[in-house]
Design a protein around this ligand. Structure first.
Ligand SMILES: *[C@@H]1O[C@H](CO)[C@@H](O)[C@H](O)[C@H]1NC(C)=O
Length: 564
């Protein structure tokens, strides 16, 4: 290990009251959160079934009526008196970890809760038209039995199409298709003044089309999206490949698992993810779709990972370190949602015994607790504790920097396991918020093509090593260091995370040029909170937001005057 990786010495930390609150939180989770979650999931499921019973035509009709209601509501608003726009969704419903403090500023609510239907599935065009509140679990339940799937299905059941487009979404097929928003064909949005527009890559609203991703809903209300479908088979043939070495060597093994050095497309798997379990051990998993006939052939192992009593997926994968390489066939839908029940590995922190066999067999079917309910029952004390003692960040970095970022994360946080998931970042005709490194194509690096640079999402979700050992740890400082590292290394931090970025640094990380122009052009300024303020940690007042907006508007006006 290089010196760079040496972790700093940290003194022991004294326990305080909130430590005990967190330690015994499982009582609330078991007796309150889990049963209520289960009931909520069941009600949502009934809602999905009810939606499925309606014909596509009927759903489309209701959609049109609901859009009309949104337009009417927007036209009834007086921007000077009524405050900024936001959805009527309760802040804790979102899966994102930052509490949506922005909703505390005075605002004018628009109810989008009825936009939860799949409007059409077109086998000819291979697209689906989906409303923003449709979840991943809902969509795969419909498409997988048809041998179809969204090109990118985020793993967690609860994630919504709207969140994945307005923010970011990724999964093990992103090394082919890019981020979730890259699979969108068209979007229907309602702008602040009530105008309904359809934006595509090449129509008059193409600038809007390209700026909605990462905008966090601050340009208009998304009311439906047409998304690319791909043909899939019933099973995923998954190879678990253990790997040992330094973090740099693990990063190389990970890159080799899905990006063949000779660039031969036949060697690129349909799916890929890497798990780093310690500074010297990892398991790389690659999957290809397989038919039922193939899976059922004698000698093949079928793993119905979706059953509630099954060992948690990341722990199951870890056994490859002992067993050596092995291959399994997992039903496609089970595979897509393999990390749901354990909330990746966060479940272990919330309910320390929930990975034990007796809990899984007895109560595994109650898992996972709804993140929204966990947030609603945590209170400010526990929430702040988590900000300090716990890391949930995704680091999007160029593939050639994965070794470096693993060493950096080790030194800063010692969080394990780490999740590795590659994704293409396409070269687009306009300046979007995130983009490949300038001149990346001349290096011809592993995984890159002239039209896209290969990136990797490094998921850092857990209590840091020092916290687990009872040592002093400064979560805010760690987050700041991570953010600065990302800015220096052309990396990005998805905005759902708790961010410590200042406004200036936020715009060092993201390119705000086209975004600001679209905000002006489509009347978002003074109507939707700007994305930095929406994501900023802590409470913000309406005055603060409006003053910032005013400043931006003035700068923009000056710029326009200078242009003339
Ligand atoms: C899905 O594909 C399998 C073959 O792998 C086929 O037997 C089945 O009928 C297909 N299902 C649908 C709904 O087309």
């Amino acid at each position: 290990m290089s010196d760079l990786m040496e972790e700093p010495l940290r003194p022991k930390r004294k326990k305080v009251f909130v430590d005990y609150l967190v330690q015994f939180r499982w009582i609330v989770v078991i007796f309150l959160v889990l049963p209520v979650s289960f009931a909520l999931y069941f009600m949502i499921y009934l809602g999905d079934v009810r939606s499925e019973l309606k014909s596509f035509k009927r759903r489309q009709m209701e959609h049109d009526e609901n859009v009309e209601k949104v337009v009417t509501r927007l036209r009834s608003r007086d921007p000077r008196k009524d405050g900024l726009l936001c959805t009527a969704r309760k802040p804790y419903i979102a899966v994102s970890l930052r509490n949506a403090d922005y909703k505390r500023a005075r605002h004018f609510q628009v109810d989008l809760s009825s936009f939860r239907n799949i409007l059409d599935i077109d086998r000819e065009k291979m697209t689906a038209i989906i409303e923003p509140l449709v979840t991943m679990g809902q969509i795969t339940r419909v498409t997988v039995p048809m041998n179809l799937s969204l090109a990118v299905v985020a793993e967690f059941d609860d994630l919504t199409v709207g969140g994945l487009i307005n923010g970011y979404g990724i999964e093990g097929s992103s090394h082919i298709y890019g981020l979730f928003s890259d699979t969108v064909v068209s979007m229907k949005l309602v702008l602040a003044d009530g105008l309904v527009v359809r934006a595509t890559k090449d129509n008059e609203y193409s600038d809007l089309f390209y700026t909605v991703p990462w905008s966090q809903g601050t340009l208009g209300f998304l009311v439906s999206a047409e998304i690319k479908l791909i043909p899939v088979k019933e099973y995923m043939k998954l190879t678990y490949n253990p790997s040992r070495g330094t973090l740099q060597e693990l990063a190389q093994a990970y890159a080799d698992s899905f990006a063949p050095r000779d660039g031969d497309p036949a060697k690129i798997p349909d799916f890929v993810e890497g798990m780093i379990y310690s500074p010297i051990e990892g398991v790389m998993m690659t999957g290809v779709y397989a038919s039922k006939e193939e899976a059922k052939m004698t000698g093949n192992v079928i793993n119905n990972q979706g059953w509630w009593f099954k060992p948690w997926f990341y722990q199951h994968a870890q056994t490859a370190l002992k067993r050596g390489e092995f291959i399994e066939y997992i039903p496609t839908r089970d595979y897509y949602h393999r990390h749901t029940r354990s909330i990746y590995w966060e479940g272990k922190l919330i309910l320390p015994f929930s990975d034990q066999w007796w809990f899984r067999w007895g109560f595994g079917w109650l898992m996972p607790p709804k993140i929204s309910l966990l947030k609603a029952t945590q209170g400010d004390k526990i929430r702040n504790y988590y900000h300090d003692m716990h890391i949930i960040q995704d680091l999007l970095v160029p593939l050639h920097k994965v070794g470096d970022v693993l060493e950096f994360i080790h030194r800063e946080t010692e969080v394990y396991p780490l999740w590795l998931c590659p994704h293409r970042l396409f070269v687009l005709p306009v300046n979007t918020m995130i983009k490949p490194e300038i001149g990346f194509e001349v290096h011809n690096r592993q995984g890159d093509t002239p039209y896209a640079q290969m990136f990797t999402d490094v998921g850092v979700y857990y209590a840091p090593g020092p916290v687990l050992r009872g040592e002093v740890f400064d979560g805010c400082q760690a987050a700041k260091n991570i953010e600065e590292w990302l800015i220096q290394n052309h990396g990005y931090q998805p905005q759902y995370a708790v961010s410590e970025l200042t406004e200036k640094n936020f715009w060092r990380m993201f390119d705000g040029d086209l975004y600001e122009r679209c905000r002006r052009k489509y009347g978002a300024i003074g109507n939707f909170m700007s994305v930095y303020y929406k994501c900023k940690k802590g409470k913000k007042t309406e005055k603060e937001v409006l003053e910032a907006e005013q400043a931006i508007a003035e700068v923009a006006e000056l710029a326009e005057l200078e242009d003339q």
